[in-house]
Design a binder for this molecule. Structure first.
Ligand SMILES: [Zn+2]
Length: 270
């Protein structure tokens, strides 16, 4: 029998204890979903969290209008799919509650809808345009400006609500273990969906800013493939008009429908 030093044994037990509740959880997650039955659509921000704004519209309102349209489009075209919204009106929903809605519903996909913005201090603020879709990840330094903005909502939550993120401190080794397990399980599928979304945007002539991995609080706990799509820059007058137009909103909803249809076809064949 191999003698394990006490200190190492204790460390192992702590690790095992830490990972045990996750073990059964991740085992069930390793099963690739063969049917996409439930999709959670998350309209970014809301209520006292208006986030970014353009000349005449706020991100929270644009995101909500498009989220509701995306949900309606998905339900009309995918008869076997149920859509759940994290919010259907102008209310504030904490970030962790948004992903909890998806986890509790055993959702197969989580799509969060947001508008991008350049800082008002930037000289060429209005010139920056394009679409990008983000998946959970640590990202590289200097590429985290979007994550900082999208995570800022946490600062608007009550003190006790902030505790819900305690397990997701990137500096904490325990959360790194947990996060890497979750990330590995869904990383590939999330990137696949994000890529399909970007492909659809590009096919309508949008400027491609790519698929990026970012440390986004709203996606960190997702027990399913999850993406956050930045549907355009509200700080660009041209894109603000597009995002507020019926044609633009229909085009975005159609892009997301086609991407989900393509993803569904791939996953359900595998
Ligand atoms: Zn946002």
């Amino acid at each position: 029998m191999k003698i394990i030093p006490l200190k190492r044994l204790t460390t192992s037990l702590i690790l095992l204890n830490l990972m045990f509740p996750l073990a059964s959880f991740t085992n069930s997650l390793n099963v690739v979903p063969h049917k996409i039955q439930t999709i959670v659509i998350d309209a970014g921000h809301g209520g006292h969290d208006g986030s970014t704004q353009g000349k005449y519209s706020k991100e929270k309102d644009v995101a909500l209008r498009i989220a509701l349209l995306v949900g309606k489009t998905l339900e009309e075209n995918l008869k076997d799919v149920k859509v759940i919204y994290t919010r259907k009106s102008d209310v504030f929903v904490p970030l962790y509650e948004r992903i909890d809605v998806a986890n509790k519903a055993n959702a197969d996909l989580f799509i969060s809808i947001h508008c991008n913005s350049m800082p008002s201090t930037l000289k060429n603020r209005s010139a920056v345009r394009g679409v990008e879709t983000l998946v959970a990840g640590f990202g590289r330094l200097g590429e985290q400006d979007v994550a900082l903005r999208e995570n800022a909502s946490i600062l608007l939550e009550k003190e006790n609500a902030k505790d819900n993120y305690a397990g997701f401190d990137p500096k904490d080794p325990a959360s790194v273990i947990m996060f890497s397990m979750m990330k590995n399980t869904f990383r590939e599928q999330s990137i696949r969906l994000a890529t399909l979304i970007q492909d659809e945007y590009v096919s309508t002539g949008r400027i491609d800013r790519g698929v990026k991995e970012q440390p986004l609080a709203v996606l960190q706990r997702a027990a399913m493939p999850a993406v956050l799509t930045e549907i355009g820059f509200i700080s660009s007058p041209e894109e603000e008009d597009y995002l507020n137009s019926e044609a633009g909103q229909n085009e975005i909803a159609n892009c997301l429908l086609k991407a989900v249809q393509a993803y569904k076809r791939i996953i359900e064949i595998e």
